[in-house]
Ligand binder design. Structure first.
Ligand code: PAF
Length: 281
């Protein structure tokens, strides 16, 4: 099992010792409930760095009042085992009071990029993500931090924050890891009923069909968006939160596929909200 620490002082001294030994430090920020997708992020961090810290913190500031903060799975012992097996050296699992001490009033906002896709549907979410990720970067002071492409908007926002605020961390984004039937791995998949789990792979099928249409020469983004939306809406029990195709770097609208675009979707199956995406072009 990976050793675990919970205070900033502890993680800093462990990282300082690694650095004094000439090691490059990697960080994989997580909210725990680790699965095979996280294991790939840890393995990627272990390839990019010599000393890998996995942070486990269910960050209250990125959950809305009606979201699943209270029921979000907390599985620290299993997380430490998975982290160890994937090559992590340390788990940093701070308490809420360590991250947000009394009197905490400072937040990071990455404007514009938070005004599309999940942003308007989850007010304050990306402010919470950017704030905690910057804090984790300052606490751990890694050379490289590894994120998953499933959370495409999150990665774009973190990259921009790092660029705009001159944060000395290399941000590495790893491809989405999927179940054998195509469903993107997510800690929230465990909320799905058997019926919901059975239809969930159709989300990725709809995205793949959009990719195939684009590869087949369709360049009109509103037509691609409509067919993507229709395919998602046809999934039994699904409610489409959004299905949008945007510039893959700036998340600005695109009318024609004349540059790389992100096809991103959020779909409710029952009360579980799943996100996924593919790149077009
Ligand atoms: O992707 C996640 O698990 C979280 O949003 C992150 C980056 C760990 C911040 O809490």
């Amino acid at each position: 099992m990976t050793p675990a620490v919970s205070t900033v002082d502890e993680v800093r001294s462990a990282v300082a010792a690694a650095r004094a030994a000439g090691k490059r430090v990697g960080l994989v920020p997580t909210m725990g409930a680790l699965h095979a997708g996280h294991a790939e992020l840890v393995r990627a961090a272990a390839r990019a760095a010599d000393y890998v810290v996995v942070s486990v913190f269910v960050n209250p500031t990125q959950f809305g009042p009606k979201e699943d903060f209270a029921k979000y799975p907390r599985t620290l012992d299993a997380d430490r085992q998975l982290a160890a097996d994937a090559g992590a050296d340390l788990v940093f699992a701070p308490t809420p009071a360590e991250v947000y001490p009394d009197g905490f009033v400072t937040f990071v906002e990455v404007t514009q990029l938070d005004q599309v896709l999940c942003g308007p549907r989850r007010p304050g979410h990306f402010r919470g993500v950017a704030t905690v990720v910057l804090k984790l970067f300052n606490m751990v002071q890694p050379d490289v931090a590894v994120f998953g492409a499933k959370d495409a908007q999150q990665s774009i926002i973190i990259r921009r924050m790092v660029r705009d605020l001159d944060v000395p961390v290399a941000v590495q984004v790893e491809p989405t890891i999927r179940e054998a039937d195509g469903l993107a791995m997510s800690s929230r998949n465990r909320y799905l009923s058997a019926d919901e789990r059975a239809v969930a792979p159709k989300i990725y099928e709809a995205l793949r069909a959009t990719q195939a249409r684009a590869a087949g020469g369709e360049v009109d983004v509103s037509r691609l968006e409509s067919s993507l939306h229709a395919a998602l809406a046809a999934i039994p029990g699904a409610r489409v939160d959004y299905a949008n195709i945007l510039d893959a770097e700036n998340l600005t609208p695109v009318a024609r596929l004349d540059r790389p675009a992100l096809a991103a979707v959020a779909v409710f199956l029952g009360t579980t909200r799943l996100i996924d995406n593919v790149i077009l072009g």
